[in-house]
Design a protein around this ligand. Structure first.
Ligand code: ADE
Ligand code: ZN
Length: 331
């Protein structure tokens, strides 16, 4: 039995496996510029974040109907369940779909149909977080939040993703203010390719409660001290960091130093279809490469539930935490 864990940094579009991409392409009459799944997989060699994003957005072309989004989420949840994920907070990128003429309603209703059955079918509780693309305009982000209004009962919070460098958090001050007024939780990608200063700006200007990635905070000791003091969670994605060349190798990953510093770090998969592994694979990879012991792994799992948006008084939170404490690494 795998270690129970929460996954807090997962882009549903990044779970599109080549097999499903080709199946959906055939169903929707979309031609992919790759002969087969093998040729597509061979394209998964990335020099940086942008080279990955180019392929990630290109492949969204196969996602057209609510049923496509349902199939995508079902496939993720099934894999995640097999790797011990008990709770998943799932990002989606509405602008990547509405820009192609796919209605916001098709995306959210399709994802919702899967998530509504998730606990019963896969034993995974879920939350949905809507991301704004930071390389699009602030006006586009505001229009996206407007489109989400009829569906706010399905959306727990907002995030900020896509090309980080040159797109500072402050560009999105207005839309985050509006999201806060609507009672949405707030997170943002920061300190992946962008500088530590973007982590601080996301906290100060956008009022985020959690930072996605954030590993470059380690360049700024004062910021680290603040993140520890304020118990701000960081959702790390180790295999992603290797594939996007944020770190040279897993052995160079700052995760152990971040744990030692007392940071509330968690381990997540980001875009597992592209980066070589789901949540459990990321745990296994860091255990191997960084020689983490059972108590460090238990800390990571415990922190994943502590950092989640499960309410403090939600019985699931206590149940999951008890499962983590009771987990026996010897079996
Ligand atoms: N969108 C999907 N994955 C992402 C990542 N790792 N960083 C920024 N935007 C993303
Ligand atoms: Zn991400």
């Amino acid at each position: 039995m795998p270690l129970p864990k929460a996954e807090l940094h997962l882009h549903i579009e990044g779970t599109l496996e080549p097999e499903l991409a080709f199946a959906l392409a055939a169903r929707n009459g979309v031609t992919l510029p790759y002969a087969d799944t093998e040729e597509l997989r061979a394209a998964y060699r990335f020099g940086d974040l942008q080279s990955f994003l180019d392929l990630y957005y290109a492949l969204t072309a196969v996602l057209r109907t609510p049923e496509d989004f349902t199939a995508l989420a079902d496939a993720y949840l099934e894999r995640a369940a097999a790797q011990g994920v008990r709770h998943a907070e799932i990002f989606f990128d509405p602008q990547a779909h509405t820009a192609r003429g796919v209605p916001f309603a098709a995306v959210i209703e399709g994802l919702g149909a899967s998530l509504d059955r998730s606990e019963e079918r896969y034993g995974i509780s879920t939350r949905l977080l809507m991301c704004f693309l930071r390389d699009e305009s602030a006006e586009s982000a505001l229009a996206t939040l407007e489109s989400a209004r009829p569906y706010l009962d399905r959306i727990t919070g907002v995030g900020l993703d896509s090309a980080e460098a040159g797109n500072p958090p402050a560009k999105f001050r207005a839309v985050y203010e509006e999201a806060a007024r609507l009672g949405l939780r707030r997170v943002a990608h920061a300190g992946e390719e962008g500088p530590a200063a973007y982590v601080r700006e996301a906290l100060d200007v956008l009022g985020v409660e959690r930072i996605d990635h954030g590993l470059r905070c380690m360049e700024d000791p004062e910021l680290v001290a603040r993140l520890v003091r304020e118990r701000i969670p960081l959702t790390l994605c180790p295999l992603s960091n290797v594939r996007l060349r944020v770190v040279d190798t897993l052995a160079d990953h700052p995760l152990p130093a971040m744990l030692d510093a007392g940071l509330l770090v968690t381990v997540n998969s980001d875009d597992p279809a592209y980066f070589g592994g789901y949540a459990g694979d990321n745990y296994d990879a860091v255990r191997e490469a960084l020689s983490l012991g059972p108590e460090q792994l238990r800390t990571l799992a415990r922190q994943s539930f502590e950092a989640s948006f499960l309410e403090d008084d939600e019985p699931r939170r206590a149940r999951y935490l008890a499962e983590v404490e009771a987990y026996d690494f010897r079996v």
